[in-house]
Design a protein around this ligand. Structure first.
Ligand SMILES: Nc1ncnc2c1ncn2[C@@H]1O[C@H](COP(=O)(O)OP(=O)(O)OP(=O)(O)O)[C@@H](O)[C@H]1O
Ligand SMILES: [Mg+2]
Length: 411
């Protein structure tokens, strides 16, 4: 049959972009308590006083980033009526930034025009911090709120989380010049639990937890978006409750629920049907789940990607299952090949257990026999091609997958 003409006719969606992650809803439903706590934590700022540092945590897709965006917009509007205030905010997505150093560089560059940006390497950490203090001091504002979203990317390298919240009290940035407040956001509970006590003290003056949504809450969120996204009378009655029930059980994530509803609508449209029914949701569910695994894999930090790469190599050579020391040798070579920090085998064992917890690896405990004690054997628990596709797409990993390394053979 070949190609059909493109057609803009769409009996299903009126504004499908409303279901995308990039869309900003008019209101945040089902988050009144969290929004109130959040606004309350920012109360000192609007009174012109020193900000409290805030730490926001909760699983993925529960509204942490969107709530922050809305609150800061509102603060920006409301401050106009107070002459004594000039609050600025800086929102940094830390995804892909693997150390405090990289976060500091990114912050410094936020203040610099094109042409004066500093490169990602080459300065000492202290020099970069000095630049940051100068920019913050010279900033023409009474307050600056620095949002570090997805802060877990920096892993154990969390010096910036110590330095920034204390910049005023340590005299690095005089508070009479600029008062600094830090808002850290994370969906990684291990990161929160492992924060150094001195970091926790200063960063988490106020902790706000965003719990997962239950099915009735997801229903309300979906209804709000569906009204705008779909044509009238396209959704059969059970579609939203079923979508909410699936996502409520699975993850409690609004992002996941919206994806599922979008996919169900898309399946109906691709078949030239004029209504979305329960079966579309059931069919969409495994498709969205598979996509979630890929997203999760892609968002892992470089050190986890290196660890997975090591396991993948062993899997390709039919060596699995293996003990962690074998994985560690492969890991070391890979880390050196891409010029990354080579972590200790203890750190890599932690990564392996995190990857197992997330369901990417399979781990089997074996007894050593007469000497007592036990050890672990690791295997890959997802398809090789899925892992390979993701690692190939990570720029940091390119030297391991680019054509040059192929001609050198595997190491
Ligand atoms: N209460 C809500 N009402 C309407 N939409 C919501 C609500 N909560 C979340 N969403 C939507 O769900 C999606 C995910 O929200 P958001 O990006 O804020 O999640 P997050 O908690 O920051 O997740 P992550 O930890 O993965 O960054 C967005 O599209 C957002 O608009
Ligand atoms: Mg977020």
């Amino acid at each position: 049959m070949g190609l059909e003409p493109f057609s803009a006719d769409d009996p299903i969606f009126s504004h499908e972009s409303v279901l995308r992650d990039t869309y900003t809803p008019d209101d945040l439903v089902e988050r009144d308590r969290e929004l109130q706590e959040y606004q309350n934590a920012l109360k000192p700022v609007i009174k012109g006083e020193d900000p409290k540092n805030i730490f926001l945590y909760g699983q993925t897709g529960v509204g942490k980033s969107i709530a922050t965006e809305m609150i800061l917009d509102r603060l920006d509007q409301d401050q106009q009526q107070y002459d004594y205030l000039d609050i600025k905010s800086l929102n940094i997505l830390c995804k892909g930034l693997n150390s405090s150093y990289q976060v500091s560089v990114k912050l410094v560059n936020e203040f610099r025009p094109p042409g004066e940006k500093i490169p990602p390497t080459g300065y000492s950490p202290d020099a970069v911090l000095e630049m940051l203090w100068t920019h913050l001091t010279e900033l023409d504002a009474t307050h600056v709120l620095i949002v570090l979203d997805e802060i877990d990317s920096i892993g154990g390298n969390d010096d910036i989380l110590y330095q920034l919240p204390r910049a005023n009290s340590n005299g690095n940035v005089p508070p009479e010049e600029t008062k600094i407040g830090v808002i850290g956001i994370s969906n990684d509970f291990t990161f929160r639990d492992n924060l150094d006590a001195r970091v926790k003290d200063s960063l988490a003056e106020e902790e706000i937890h965003f719990p997962p949504y239950d099915a009735p809450q997801l229903e309300n969120i979906l209804r709000q978006r569906a009204k705008k996204a779909f044509e009238d009378d396209v959704l059969s009655n059970d579609v939203i409750p079923l979508t909410a029930a699936f996502s409520g059980q699975e993850s409690g994530s609004a992002r996941q629920a919206l994806k599922l509803l979008y996919k169900a609508g898309d399946l109906a449209r691709s078949r030239d049907e004029t209504t979305v029914v329960e079966d579309h949701v059931r069919e969409a569910e495994p498709l969205v789940e598979a996509g979630k695994v890929e997203d999760e894999l892609a968002s892992l930090p470089t050190q986890s990607h290196l660890t997975l790469h090591a396991v993948l190599r062993l899997s390709e050579e039919d060596e699995l299952p293996v003990k962690s020391n074998v994985i560690y040798q492969q890991y070391q070579q890979a880390a050196e090949a891409i010029d990354a920090d080579v972590k200790t085998d203890r750190t890599i064992r932690d990564r392996l257990s995190q990857l197992s917890l997330k369901g990417f690896l399979d781990v089997d405990e074996r007894n050593k026999g007469s000497q007592g004690g036990s050890y672990y054997l690791y295997d890959l628990d997802i398809r090789e091609d899925v892992v390979r596709d993701i690692l190939e797409d990570d720029d940091r990993m390119a030297p391991l997958y680019g054509s040059e390394t192929r001609t050198l053979g595997s190491f």
